[in-house]
Design a protein around this ligand. Structure first.
Ligand code: URA
Length: 208
C-alpha cells in the first residue's frame, strides 16, 4: 500500500461523487504514475557505458526484454497512459474481462497478449480489486503464457480481494505483488468496495 500524501489527496478527490469524468480520468492517470513509481522498483536493468560532457561512466538502462503492461478492459484502460508515460518502451497487451453482476464470476471476452511471457516482468492494470475473481483469472492467464513475475497495480482493494489473491497464488512458484493506493473496509452485497468510488468504468467512461 502506497502511503503518500499526494496519493491520499488525489484518491480522496477521485472518490468524491461530484468529481466529473474528465477530472476522474486525469486523477487516475496521475495516481497511476505515482503508484507505478513504486511498482517498478524491482525492474531489471543492465549496465551501459556512456559519456557525459565531463567524463565516461557506467550507467544503467532497462533490460532488453521489455516489461509488458496489461490493462484489463474496460476500466484498466483509464490507467494505461499514466503507466506508459513512465515506461514508454513497455509492450502493451490487452485483456477484456467482465464479471457477471449476479454470480460475480469473471470471464474473458477479448485477449491480445504476447504469446510468450517467459522472463517478462508483467504489470496488470485494474483499478478495483473487489472480490479478486477478475484479477485472479487474469493472472492465471498470464502464468499460462509463462509469466512468473506479475505486479498488479490497483487504485483500491477490498480485504476480501487481497485474501483471494493471496490464497490463489501463495505457495506457488510465482512472484505476485499487488500495489494499491488504499485498502477499504469491505465489499457490499453487490460486490462494490465500501466506501470505494463506485463503478470505476462508469466513472471513467460513463454508463453504457
Ligand atoms: N468494480 C468497480 O468498478 N467498483 C467496485 O466497487 C467494485 C468493482
Amino acid at each position: 500500500m502506497i502511503d503518500h500524501p499526494l496519493v491520499a489527496h488525489k484518491l480522496t478527490r477521485l472518490r468524491r461523487e461530484d468529481t466529473s469524468s474528465a477530472t476522474f480520468r486525469l486523477l487516475t492517470e496521475e495516481l497511476v504514475t505515482l503508484l507505478a513509481y513504486e511498482a517498478t522498483r524491482s525492474l531489471r536493468v543492465t549496465p551501459v557505458e556512456i559519456t557525459t560532457p565531463v567524463a565516461p561512466m557506467t550507467g544503467v538502462e532497462l533490460a532488453a526484454l521489455r516489461p509488458a503492461v496489461v490493462p484489463i478492459l474496460r476500466a484498466g484502460l483509464g490507467m494505461l497512459n499514466g503507466m506508459t508515460k513512465l515506461m514508454p518502451t513497455a509492450e502493451v497487451g490487452f485483456l477484456g474481462m467482465i464479471r457477471d453482476e449476479e454470480s460475480l464470476i469473471a470471464s474473458t471476452y477479448a485477449e491480445r497478449l504476447p504469446h510468450d511471457l517467459r522472463d517478462r516482468q508483467v504489470f496488470v492494470l485494474d483499478p478495483m480489486l473487489a472480490t479478486g475473481g477478475t484479477l485472479a483469472a487474469a493472472i492465471e492467464l498470464l502464468l499460462e503464457r509463462g509469466a512468473r513475475d506479475v505486479t498488479a497495480i490497483c487504485l483500491l482493494a477490498a480485504p476480501e480481494g487481497l485474501a483471494h489473491i493471496e490464497q490463489a497464488f501463495a505457495g506457488r512458484d510465482v512472484d505476485v505483488t499487488v500495489v494499491v493506493a488504499a485498502v477499504d473496509d469491505h465489499l457490499n452485497e453487490r460486490g462494490y468496495i465500501v466506501p470505494g468510488l463506485g463503478d470505476a468504468g462508469d466513472r471513467l467512461y460513463g454508463v453504457v
